[in-house]
Ligand binder design. Structure first.
Ligand SMILES: [Zn+2]
Length: 230
């Protein structure tokens, strides 16, 4: 059987994430509120010591969050290395998330939600929705990541595991099993993340509507973000 060549940079389908970047090079204006439409992604450049606020407008929406070192994108925020650094499978305010070279990259500076986030689960992708029973293309965070970066002309070779902000994946203390639960965040909650290095942030308003990770009986919704100065 002939092997199928897998190009991690190539989206399996498309939405407006690929044609509506916040600017041609992903540089944002400090203090301006940017929209991440429901089911889409956006990329933004964040400078060392600068912070980004991400706002959960309706309260039920998960944000798949990625960060790559600007100009050296093969170094990226890594959940497996972060779990090693923290010695935990949950994060909390004050924690520093690290790269695949074990360098500090993102700190959780403020968090108005109860602090339930996920660092275990891979982002949703085309294959995941096919497994869940989708019969046609379904928006997904892997493609949103690819398209958001293509939109600002940043090539990628790999899709990291995301920091899943507001995603509620409780792990049993008895047997290590986990379940997929609705977020416990509220409308208007926000999280403030500070960069330790110049990086490119990609956020995807997760389009998952086949499991309850974005809330029971509610549609995936929009997010907003803004950059704070140093
Ligand atoms: Zn997703």
């Amino acid at each position: 059987m002939q092997k199928e060549f897998y190009d991690p940079a190539k989206p399996d389908g498309q939405n407006s994430s690929i044609k509506e970047p916040i600017s041609h090079n992903g540089i944002g204006k400090i203090g301006k509120r940017y929209l991440i439409p429901a089911r889409q992604g956006r990329a933004v450049r964040l400078k060392k010591n600068q912070s980004i606020f991400i706002h959960n407008i309706r309260g039920n929406q998960v944000c798949d969050f990625f960060a790559l070192i600007d100009g050296s994108e093969s170094e990226f925020l890594s959940m497996e290395h972060t779990r090693t650094a923290l010695g935990r499978v949950y994060v909390s305010k004050g924690d520093i998330l690290v790269t695949n070279r074990r360098r500090p990259l993102i700190q959780i500076v403020e968090d108005t939600s109860p602090g339930i986030h996920d660092i275990l689960i891979a982002c949703c992708d085309h294959a995941r929705y096919q497994q869940l029973g989708a019969v046609s293309y379904h928006d997904n965070c892997a493609d949103n990541f690819r398209m958001s970066l293509l939109a600002i002309n940043v090539p990628i070779k790999h899709i990291p595991s995301p920091f899943n902000i507001w995603m509620n994946i409780p792990v049993s203390e008895n047997n290590g099993k986990y379940s997929w639960e609705a977020p416990v965040s509220s409308a208007g909650d926000s999280i403030k993340l500070k960069a330790y290095e110049d990086c490119i942030i990609v956020m995807s308003a997760c389009p998952q509507d086949m499991t309850p990770v974005n809330g029971l009986g509610v549609l995936p919704s929009e997010l907003e973000f803004e950059l704070e100065s140093f």
